[in-house]
Ligand binder design. Structure first.
Ligand SMILES: CC(C)(COP(=O)(O)OP(=O)(O)OC[C@H]1O[C@@H](n2cnc3c(N)ncnc32)[C@H](O)[C@@H]1OP(=O)(O)O)[C@@H](O)C(=O)NCCC(=O)NCCS
Length: 299
């Protein structure tokens, strides 16, 4: 594309990129009647500001060569020590759609991930947006897991059955180094890699919890919420983690794989509702999860 350049995002670009992010999401969510992922302009700007200052993220923008107008932006994130790269948000100004800007930005992000030797590339897509689904598919992303964002329904508030885990099992905060090591093993068993960085972050925020049966850890959650993920050996354990955290769900809800019939059914019967759908899509090596899990907004 002759008149468009791609360059790294600077702090001073945050306002323009954030405004485009808000506008792009508002356009698509209002067309489908879903709440927007970026509820306000301030949210969009703040998100870009935080990502530009994050040592684990790289941001790129597309701008017109002559006029210098910003057309869209994309971010890639690493999740050390695993070879995971997560892409998003990708947003293009509605007036620049159809111009191949999305493709240009996505190619840049994929190249960055490959250059960093991050071979397992992931993103969470909004299924109502056919444009982005087509773009991601053409860039090599396969749909792995349809998701629903779940939240407590306001009229069901308080009706959630707080599940007392059976027998000798307990849900407790993650406190010790040994807890982290054992949770890492569970995650590796489920996904083939650990999510230690996020687990440590959740622990430092006091949001990481685990479930153990006779002193054996059978599940954990790095917080229950949009940025949290969880892995457990059974749906019962996953439910116990959710139920115990249900007064402190972070953000607009938590993602649940739509294929997990038992879990979705329990949630719907226990005061939770579906907020919006999403798709987990991947490029590169992918292991079908071997245990019940909750993904985060990232992957
Ligand atoms: C998603 C988004 C980034 C795409 O940007 P874009 O610049 O329009 O993307 P591109 O033009 O490079 O690619 C879109 C592709 O979809 C194709 N397409 C669009 N609708 C289609 C349909 N119904 N069926 C088949 N192909 C379709 C286009 O033809 C194009 O493919 P081509 O380049 O091979 O012709 C932009 O629409 C956006 O910002 N949306 C709002 C925010 C958002 O949803 N972000 C993604 C969150 S998951």
């Amino acid at each position: 594309m002759m008149n468009v350049i791609i360059r790294p995002i600077e702090k001073s670009d945050a306002e323009a990129c954030g405004k485009i992010g808000y506008l792009a999401h508002r356009t698509i969510s209002s067309a489908h009647g879903y709440p927007s992922e970026q509820p306000s302009e301030e949210f969009g700007i703040d998100l870009v500001k935080r990502l530009v200052g994050n040592p684990n993220s790289w941001g790129f923008l597309a701008e017109e060569k002559q006029q210098g107008n910003i057309l869209g932006s994309i971010f890639v994130h690493k999740f050390s020590p695993s070879s995971i790269a997560v892409i998003g948000p990708l947003t293009v100004h509605p007036s620049a759609e159809s111009g191949g800007i999305g493709r240009l930005l996505m190619d840049t992000a994929l190249n960055k991930a490959i250059e960093q030797k991050l071979e397992r590339i992931r993103l969470v897509q909004s299924p109502s947006h056919i444009r982005s689904f087509v773009l991601y598919t053409k860039c090599g992303f396969a749909l792995r897991e349809p998701l629903f964002l779940m939240q407590r329904s306001s009229n069901g508030e308080g009706s959630t059955t707080i599940l007392i885990p059976a027998g000798s099992s307990i849900v407790r905060p993650i406190k010790y180094q040994n807890d982290i090591s054992e949770c890492n093993e569970l995650c590796k068993k489920a996904h083939g890699f650990t999510r230690e960085m996020e687990l440590r972050q959740a622990k430092s925020q006091g949001m990481a919890i685990l479930i153990e049966h006779d002193n054996i850890i059978t599940g954990y959650a790095a917080g229950i919420g949009i940025f949290g993920h969880a892995v457990a050996e059974s749906n019962e354990d996953l439910i116990a983690l959710i139920a115990n955290a249900s007064t402190s769900i972070v953000g607009p809800g938590f993602f649940v794989p739509a294929r997990n019939y038992g879990l979705i059914k329990w949630l719907l019967e226990n005061g939770f509702k579906i907020e919006w759908p999403a798709n987990l899509m991947t490029v590169g090596p992918y292991q079908e999860p071997l245990m019940p899990f909750l993904p985060s907004l990232a992957y």
